[in-house]
Design a protein around this ligand. Structure first.
Ligand SMILES: Nc1ncnc2c1ncn2[C@@H]1O[C@H](COP(=O)(O)OP(=O)(O)OP(=O)(O)O)[C@@H](O)[C@H]1O
Ligand SMILES: [Mg+2]
Length: 534
């Protein structure tokens, strides 16, 4: 009998999976050594990594704070309560200034009452212009590049307007619930919660409603969820408007504004999504002159770089990594005419569903597939995980992982994922820098499971049209919140070169490619077992 020890879990696992007694398991390890996959090891670090002992030395002043851990951690991280704007007592004159209906009043309010990252907010000039539009008589259309400060400006505007105009009723619509949540939690509510003078002004803060003590309220919806009709609406903000279906504008939003005596304001904001849909229509009927009598909408169109808080390095990196069209759309806020688009607005609407992707949830009735687009220098490797219901022939994007790490770490992640999903087929793009990791993965997981996708104009065309067929036949859904994937799909187009039809893609459409590869894998499925190996 071996000595009495606490058995490590891997040993127990070995006994269980190979049906061994303890002695047999020890013998097995003695003879063969014990190899577990890198993925398994990386997921169970706590089982095999020796724990480092750390001695915590408390400073004298810290000792007294242990009954308030929240505060202690705040101090530990070097943060102080000054992060919250101080409590103030404003004079009647201050209040008068705040309640004027001008962009400057909003700017003054932001300066005196709101903080962002510990500092008072100073609005940028273009943000004042956006606010001027929202206060004006015309509906507004604001195509603005990614990271241009759309959410931020809207949150500051709403914080001010709701506070100084009791009983205001506004609606904010985003394409998916997740974006609505992000907007409320990370922008609007945060402004109130970090402000010493507004903290107590929140009365109710639930999923679909953000209400202040003065009766002002913001209703928030994902565009694909059921939008309850509301009356007496002062503002409707459509955020990421390219992803809001046209019928939602026509059948749900516009009628709501019609019922207001003084007519509510409609604002359409977002990164453009091609020359289609309501966003594009509104844009065509717009003018940058706020007083132009011929145009229905007032327009402000801005590239990302107007926001001085957006990192220049990031912008330059994106310029290199994104395909030309994607950059024009995402950062220059251009409405592109995608001739011969593969995935039109309509097809994308058919594919989109409002759900959250979650890692590691396995349904044993389904099969799992993964598609991998290896990162070229400095760019992401993208892994798309699909579930597939063989009875219904129905696929769903379960998870998307972008990784900017060294290949060994990426391989470890992929193998860990395989431990959970037990992919029926894992298809990798085998080309250039992606050849070594593709081969290594095949060596480790076997050629039955790991299939190569060897890119050529023809196979890309086949894979994308196969994906498109699935979309058109309602055999595939993707999460509405994955804007990167959606904007890349939208910009893919057919091109005819001589006798050949190809898909226009500069090899930088990593999310769309990983999805096409994952879906192609279903066609070329391997012969692994059922899901849920671990
Ligand atoms: N006046 C300002 N003061 C401080 N920070 C600012 C200001 N304007 C913009 N920012 C910063 O710029 C960021 C812009 O991000 P925001 O999410 O609002 O942009 P976005 O246009 O909605 O981006 P996306 O297209 O990715 O949704 C803000 O989170 C904020 O940190
Ligand atoms: Mg945004």
């Amino acid at each position: 009998m071996p000595k009495k020890v606490t058995l490590p879990k891997w040993l127990l696992k070995l006994m269980r999976t190979r049906d061994m007694t303890l002695e047999q398991a020890y013998d097995f390890v003695r003879k063969h050594g014990f190899k577990v996959s890198i993925g398994w090891l990386s997921m169970h670090k706590d089982l095999w990594k020796p724990k480092r002992k750390r001695e915590l030395v408390f400073r004298e002043e810290d000792k007294y704070l242990d009954s308030d851990l929240a505060k202690r951690i705040m101090l530990f991280k070097g943060k102080h309560l000054e992060d919250m704007s101080e409590k103030k007592h404003f004079t009647a004159k201050d209040l008068e200034k705040f309640t004027e209906r001008t962009p400057e009043a909003c700017a003054e309010f932001a300066r005196q009452c709101l903080v962002w990252k510990g500092k008072p907010i100073e609005l940028q000039d273009y943000q004042l212009k956006m606010i001027e539009g929202w206060l004006g008589p015309k509906p507004t259309v604001y195509p603005i590049g990614r990271g241009g400060g759309k959410d931020f400006t809207l949150a500051v505007f709403l914080a001010w307007y709701l506070t100084v105009n009791p009983g205001t009723r506004a609606i904010v619509i985003c394409p998916a619930q997740r974006q609505v949540k992000t907007f409320i939690h990370e922008n609007l509510a945060l402004l109130f919660q970090t402000s010493g003078v507004l903290y107590d002004s929140i009365e109710k803060f639930i999923e679909e409603e953000f209400r202040l003590t003065n009766g002002s309220v913001v209703f928030t919806y994902g565009a694909t969820s059921f939008i309850k009709g509301k009356h007496h609406i002062d503002f409707i903000f459509c955020n990421e408007a390219a992803e809001i279906p046209e019928h939602v504008f026509e059948n749900v939003l516009l009628p709501m504004l019609g019922s207001h005596e003084s007519k509510g304001h409609l604002s359409i904001i977002g990164v453009p999504g091609g020359q289609q849909g309501y966003f594009w229509k509104a844009y065509q009927d717009s003018s940058p002159d706020i007083n132009d009598p011929k145009a229905k909408f007032y327009r402000i169109q801005l590239p990302t770089e107007v926001n001085k808080y957006y990192s220049k390095e990031q912008l330059e990196m994106n310029r290199r990594l994104m395909s030309h069209d994607v950059f024009l759309q995402e950062h220059m806020a251009q409405f592109l005419d995608v001739e011969g688009a593969l995935f039109t607005q309509q097809i994308i609407e058919m594919m989109k569903e409002d759900y959250e992707t979650r890692f590691g949830i396995v349904d044993n009735k389904k099969q799992y597939y993964a598609g991998i687009d290896w990162g070229r220098t400095g760019s992401y490797t993208v892994v798309v995980i699909l579930s597939y219901d063989p009875k219904e022939k129905f696929a769903r994007v379960e998870y998307i992982q972008g990784m900017r790490k060294a290949f060994p770490e990426q391989l470890a992640w992929i193998k860990a994922a395989d431990n959970i999903y037990n992919f029926k087929c894992l298809m990798v793009e085998r080309m250039g820098l992606g050849i070594p990791p593709s081969d290594e993965l095949r060596k480790d997981l076997g050629s039955r499971k790991v299939k190569y996708f060897i890119p050529s104009a023809k196979i890309w065309f086949d894979a994308f049209t196969h994906l498109r067929d699935a979309a058109v036949n309602n055999k595939l859904v993707i999460p509405a919140s994955e804007l990167k994937l959606i904007s890349q799909l939208r910009l893919l187009s057919f091109k005819i070169k001589g006798e050949h039809i190809t898909v226009k893609s500069e090899g930088k459409d990593d999310y769309a490619q990983a999805l096409a590869i994952a879906y192609w894998a279903i066609k070329k499925r391997g012969r692994a077992g059922v899901a849920g190996k671990l």
